[in-house]
Structure formats: C-alpha cells, structure tokens
Design a protein around this ligand. Structure first.
Ligand code: 5GP
Length: 215
C-alpha cells in the first residue's frame, strides 16, 4: 500500500477535527501529523498532542531551517506542517492526516500532487453559527469574525477533491472512510499491481492451454 497524504480542511466549527479524531480512532492505517503553531495552548491541550507549541522566534528559526512542508498564518498566528511528522507517519506505513487551512492545503497539493484533499462543510449557515455559539467561550465579535473567515474559506472548497457535508457526524465519518478506501485502491497507487497482473495473465494463459488440450 502506498500511504496517502490526506488533507482535511473546513471553516472553524465545520467539524473536521471530529472527523479526524474518529478516523484516527477507527483506522489502524491512519496517523496524524502534529502541526506546529505559535498560538497558545487551549485548556487541556498539551505540547506534542494537538500541536507543538512554539514561540514566534522558534517557529521562524524552523522556517529558515526548512523544517516545514508548508506553513501559513491564520487569525494572527502561524501554523505549519513539519516534514518530519509526515515522514514519521508514512514511513510507519500509515496514511497521514493533515488538519490544515486552505492556504496550507494548496501548498501541500504543490508538494504532493497525489494528496487527497477533503473539505468538510456544515449543512447550513445557521448550523455553523449555532456550532460556533455552542463553544461557549466565544463572544459575538469572535463568532462574527469566524463567520466572515468561513465565507472566505468556502470559496476555496471547489479546489478540493471531495466536499463532505457534516450534517450527521456518523454519516460524514462513513463518507470519509469510503474516500480513503477508494483512493488507496487506485491502480496508480498500487505498487504491486503490475506483478499481480503479470501473474494473473500467466495463470489464465495456463488455464487456456489446459482447456484447449481437453477439447
Ligand atoms: P486552531 O487554532 O483552531 O486549532 O486552528 C486554526 C486553523 O489552523 C484551522 O483551520 C486548522 O486547520 C489550521 N491549521 C492547523 N494546523 C495547521 C498547519 O500545520 N498548517 C496550516 N496551514 N494550517 C493549520
């Protein structure tokens, strides 16, 4: 199996993190690329779990060192995918999931034209607004900011290979499983397909010879 590079994006509140968590819990063939960020940890977030939390200076040092496969700015903070993280997961033989915003997704596509890009959308504007408000800590100014950012991000959705509506989480997770399963089976990704077909052709030819001999 050739490991897939899978990008999940969605507007804030769109549900990509819930889908990513479920895929990681339900599939042994998937691993997560832990990103680096300059934003502060939220309650419960530990370094090396959700993110590697770096100071702006350390982040910049790693940009200059060429450690990032892609990096972008979002809401005044920097976020980036470490090449070592992607390698760690794919060299372990697993598909790698990246949770990145739309600028980062474009950069991943440039580096890995074969990457599978999935954009998760909420079923309606009202449900997106409700999900953002349900997060409790957000004041209305923050909600408005996220909605405005969502509008901008939604215009990039057509660049993705798949758009998945996250109305019912179980259903969206099933769809994501189906996408990964189908993508992994593409002829172009199956390293052994030529050998397999050569062997099968030889076997069929032998059967044909036997059948002709028995006529
Ligand atoms: P949050 O701060 O809410 O965890 O994430 C904010 C945004 O940054 C989300 O859209 C998330 O997908 C994006 N993000 C997280 N990690 C990365 C990364 O490594 N690269 C890029 N480009 N975006 C990221």
């Amino acid at each position: 199996m050739t490991p897939l590079v899978v990008v999940l994006s969605s507007p804030s509140g769109g549900g990509k993190s819930s889908i990513a968590k479920r895929l990681l819990a339900e599939r042994r063939d998937c691993g997560y690329s832990v990103s680096a960020t300059t934003r502060s940890p939220r309650p419960g977030e530990v370094d090396g779990g959700a993110y590697y939390f770096l100071t702006p200076e350390e982040f910049e040092r790693r940009v200059v060192a060429g450690d990032f496969l892609e990096h972008a700015e979002y809401n005044g903070h920097r976020y980036g995918t470490l090449t070592t993280e992607v390698r760690r997961v794919t060299q372990g033989g697993q598909h790698v999931l990246l949770d990145v915003e739309v600028v980062g997704a474009r950069l991943v596509r440039q580096r890995f034209p074969d990457a599978v890009l999935i954009f998760v959308i909420p079923p309606s504007g009202a449900s997106l607004a409700a999900r953002l408000r349900a997060r409790g800590t957000e004041d209305e100014g923050v909600v408005a900011g996220r909605l405005s950012k969502a509008l901008e991000e939604l215009s990039a959705a057509v660049e993705y290979d798949y758009v998945v509506v996250n109305d019912e989480l179980d259903e969206a997770v099933r769809t994501a499983h189906a996408i990964l399963d189908a993508e992994a089976r593409r002829t172009s990704r199956q390293r052994d397909v030529a050998i397999l077909l050569d062997r099968l052709r030889a076997e069929v030819a032998a059967e044909l010879a036997r059948s002709n001999a028995n006529r």
